[in-house]
Design a protein around this ligand. Sequence first.
Ligand SMILES: Cc1cc2nc3c(=O)[nH]c(=O)nc-3n(C[C@H](O)[C@H](O)[C@H](O)COP(=O)(O)OP(=O)(O)OC[C@H]3O[C@@H](n4cnc5c(N)ncnc54)[C@H](O)[C@@H]3O)c2cc1C
Length: 403
Amino acid sequence: MSSPPHTPRTPRTPDVLVVGGGIVGLVTAWRAAQRGLATALVDPEPGGGAARVAAGMLAAVTELHYGEETLLALNLASARRYPAFAAELAELTGRDLGYRRCGTLAVALDADDRAHLRDLHALQQRSGLESEWLSGRECRRLEPMLAPGVRGGLRVDGDHQIDPRRLARALVAACAHAGVVFHRVWAERLTVGRGDRATGVVTADGTALEAGQVVLAGGSLSGRLTGVPEAVLPPVRPVKGQVLRLTMPRAHGPLLNRTVRAVVRGNHVYLVPRENGELVVGATSEELGWDTTVTAGGVYALLRDAHELVPGITELPLTETRAGLRPGSPDNAPLLGPTGLDGLLLATGHYRNGVLLTPVTGDVMAHALTTGELPEEGRPFTPRRFGGAPALPPLPRLPEHSA
Ligand SMILES: Cc1cc2nc3c(=O)[nH]c(=O)nc-3n(C[C@H](O)[C@H](O)[C@H](O)COP(=O)(O)OP(=O)(O)OC[C@H]3O[C@@H](n4cnc5c(N)ncnc54)[C@H](O)[C@@H]3O)c2cc1C
C-alpha cells in the first residue's frame, strides 16, 4: 500500500523534487508549489530542453493520427485550457508568450497528399472536430503566398501557436515567483530508501537532495537516471527533429497569416509565422539516438519542401538551424503520475505534443502530487500501462546532454 504522498518533513526537505526543468518539469513544479507543496527542481539549465527547438504548434486537430483517440482527449483538454493558462502566466510574469490564436491551414500539393488530407478530414469529422475542406483557390485566398499548385486544404481555426522559448522562460519566472528552489546541476542517481521508497537524488557534485516525492521529468533522458529500478524505468526514447528559423520582413505585411502545413511526398513540413517576424520551418523526424547534429540533408529537405509550399521563402534570411529531441514513448502518449515505486512519479514521453500538453500536464501532476491519485483525464496515461523500459541507444557523455 502506498504511504501518504504528502508526509510532513523538516523545513529543509521539500515535499517534491522535480528532476528536469524543461517545460514539463517546470509546469509540474509551478503547479505543485501553487498548491502549497514545498518544491525544488534540479536541472543544470532550467528552461532549456526541446522547447528551445520546438515550433510551438498547439495542433490537437491537425496532429490527429489513427489509433491516437485517447491522446486526442488529453490534447483537446489541454487546448481548452490554453487561453486561461497563457493569460495567467503572462499576467503573473509580465511576459509576452507569443501566444497567437491564428488557426492552421493544412494543404495538399498533389493527388496523394490530397487523398491523405481527405482521410484526415474524415477522421476529424468522425471525432467531432471542427475543420473545413477548402479548394486550392480558397486556400490561396486565405494565404496568397501559397504556391499556385496547391490542390486543396483543411482550414482548422482552433489550432493555434505559442513561442516555446518564451513559454519556458516564463515558466522559470513563475516557478521562482512561487518559491520553487532551483538546483542547477545534473541529478546522477535516484536514491531509494528503506521500505523501497524514492527519497531523492544524488547530484553530479555529490550532494544528496531529499524530498517527500520525486518527479522524473527528464524528457528524452528520463530512462537514463541511474538508481531507478528496471521495472519502473520509463520507456522513453529520443526522436530527433531539425528546425530552421527564417526572418520575415515587416515592411510588406506578414508572409503568412496562420500556420501552414503539408505532407510533401510523405514528409511533414510546416511553416509557423510569429508576430515578431520569425518564421519557423520544421521538422525532420529521425531515430538516431541522442544525436543533435544539424545536417545538410535535413536543411535541404526542409527548404525544398517548404519552398514547394511557399516559393517566396527563398528570399528570406536563414537565421538559425537547430536540432532537438522529442521524448517519444511506445504509444506516442505521455507517462503521467505515480509509478510502481513509492514516492516516484513520472511526467515524460510528451513526444511531439509537449508544448500543447503543458497546461493539462501541470494540473494532472499537481493533482497526483497532492492526492496520490491521477484525476480522471490523466488515468489512461498512467506509467503502469508499460512494464520496464526496453534497451535504449548508447548515451553521450554528460556535457552533451542538453537538447
Ligand atoms: C523539432 C521539434 C519540434 C517540436 N514541435 C512541437 C510543436 O510544434 N508542438 C508541441 O506541442 N510540441 C512540439 N515538440 C515537442 C516538445 O518540444 C516536447 O514534447 C517538450 O518540449 C518536452 O518537454 P520535457 O520537459 O518533457 O523534456 P525536455 O524539453 O527534453 O526537457 C528535459 C529537461 O530535463 C533535464 N534533465 C534530463 N535529465 C536530467 C538529470 N538527470 N538531471 C537534471 N536534469 C535533467 C534536461 O536538461 C532538460 O532541461 C517539438 C519537439 C521538437 C524536438
